[in-house]
Design a protein around this ligand. Structure first.
Ligand SMILES: Nc1nc2c(ncn2[C@@H]2O[C@H](COP(=O)(O)OP(=O)(O)OP(=O)(O)O)[C@@H](O)[C@H]2O)c(=O)[nH]1
Ligand SMILES: [Mg+2]
Length: 460
């Protein structure tokens, strides 16, 4: 597809920096560049060669006033980020300077790019597929080494090539089958049927292996949200502080200290974790505390994992039981805090709730905290998450499409056994192909695309 308009944006973050970059992409990029760029001697550039860095000035050509001293280069299509003509101008990184240059670029015939629009053009122009486009934003957002590796592996097209291979195999089977359709009275020969079935089974297996990487990939990419819950005063905030090794949450001996959710980000074996400390759960008349408790309950519902804290120096009370009832069906690790004090909690009653082996810690002395981390790693299953040379995917959207493709192929193989007609079999093949096309972006609707790129920043 050829875009007829030219887009521009500031590609670097707002604020002061050594340099700031203005990116221009589209058919008018070069002519806009010529219009506003001047040589060091204030002349027009007679030639701007591809991929060469030039030194010069940006001017407002109407007034012939200089806006900034810059470096710039020109990358003609298709060898540029967007696969269109691109000019990138490195100016001084100040908000006012950059916005003046941008205004001048816009006055000269470009329009302001929408968030993610440069990457979207790279995708629509066929330079990258959708998995690669998604990985661009993942690379920008990566906060851990593993997330960085995963984004790079997707950007360099490992998953893309793997899916393309599967697509082309399926396509070949479809073509062969449609050729057979011309002789409907003969049907598919048995030998041929067996061969197709084996091939489809192999493809199903490959897709299943890929499906297995999605959950890992999502953990690596998005991280895991863990919520700390418990009745007031058991030491939830102290535990948050101990795990994050900072005095992030207020700790007092007054029950009902924490009101709002306090979150910290940390890493567990290279996986990003967001840890939420919440208000102690109990009945209360205090309206502020009530709101805090509502938020705690919300976080308890939405979190992927719960650390349920109890005070081992006190017998279980009704508030604890109230908390315990809330934990049913959740992924929970029970933490018995205040291990440095005398133990008065009945483990028998606790074990009646079948929440697994508790971990004993003292958030005050730090005793048991390392063991708790180790248990967390095991329970969440992040201990052996790694990015290797498997083709990995990492989004819910990928998971749904893979599942659809697998189901369609299973239905195909079943149909083949049941001597289903070729045109019905072809429907299954096509729906598998279309599901895979949703991942790579060959077959994806406007709305999904918009959703993907809207989460990008402007200038990317
Ligand atoms: N001895 C001992 N005291 C602790 C330990 N952990 C917390 N405490 C004390 O218990 C009291 C309550 O701690 P917090 O961390 O504020 O408890 P919380 O669960 O966040 O309480 P709320 O925010 O009110 O729900 C404070 O006085 C802490 O110093 C521990 O492991 N040992
Ligand atoms: Mg607290």
């Amino acid at each position: 597809m050829n875009f007829t308009d030219t887009i521009a944006a500031i590609a670097t973050p707002i604020g002061e920096g050594g340099i700031g970059i203005i990116r221009i992409s589209g058919p008018k990029a070069l002519s806009i560049g010529r219009h506003i760029l001047r040589t060091p001697k204030s002349g027009l550039f007679s030639t701007i060669e591809p991929r060469r860095v030039y030194y010069g000035y940006v001017v407002d050509p109407e007034q012939e006033v200089t806006l900034d001293e810059v470096l710039f280069f020109y990358a003609p299509k298709p060898r540029s980020f967007t696969a269109e003509d691109v000019i990138e101008i490195q100016a001084h990184g100040g908000t006012l300077v950059l916005s003046k240059i941008l205004q001048q670029v816009l006055r000269s015939g470009a329009r302001l790019a929408e968030p993610g629009e440069f990457t979207m053009r790279a995708f629509i122009n066929g330079r990258i597929d959708l998995v690669q486009a998604e990985s661009v934003i993942d690379l920008i957002r990566a906060k851990t080494d593993k997330a960085h590796q995963l984004a790079l592996s997707q950007l360099n097209g490992r998953a893309t090539r793997y899916l393309q291979q599967i697509e082309s195999n399926l396509y070949q089977i479809l073509v062969n089958m449609e050729a057979l359709l011309d002789f409907p009275e003969e049907g598919i020969p048995d030998l041929e049927k067996a061969r197709i079935q084996t091939e489809i089974s192999q493809i199903i297996e490959k897709l299943q292996q890929m499906l297995a990487t999605v959950d890992e990939g999502r953990k690596i990419r998005e991280g895991i949200q863990i919520t700390i819950v418990g009745r007031p005063n058991v030491g939830k905030s102290s535990l948050l502080n101990a795990l994050s090794q900072e005095e992030k949450a207020i700790v007092t001996d007054i029950p009902g200290t924490t009101r709002d959710i306090v979150d910290v980000q940390l890493q567990l074996r290279g996986i990003p974790i967001v840890l939420n400390d919440t208000a102690g759960l109990r009945e209360t008349d205090n309206p502020i505390e009530q709101i805090g408790i509502q938020r705690a309950e919300q976080s308890l519902e939405q979190s992927q994992f719960i650390l349920a804290v109890f005070d081992i120096s006190q017998p279980l009370n009704d508030e604890d039981r109230f908390v315990l009832q809330r934990l049913e069906g959740k992924k929970v690790l029970v933490v018995l805090n205040k291990a440095d004090l005398q133990h008065r909690l009945s483990l028998d009653e606790l074990s009646g709730y079948h929440l697994g082996d508790p971990v004993l810690v003292s958030s005050l002395t730090g005793e048991g905290i390392e063991r708790l981390e180790q248990r967390l790693v095991e329970e969440i299953g992040v201990g052996n998450l790694q990015v290797d040379d498997r083709p990995m995917l990492s989004r819910l959207r990928h998971r749904n499409a893979l599942e659809t493709a697998i189901e369609a192929l299973q239905s195909f193989n079943f149909g083949l056994e049941q001597h289903q007609s070729e045109d019905l079999l072809a429907v299954d093949l096509r729906s598998a192909l279309s599901a895979i096309g949703e991942i790579t972006g060959k077959n994806v609707n406007e709305e999904v695309l918009h959703g993907i790129f809207a989460s990008f920043c402007i200038g990317k």
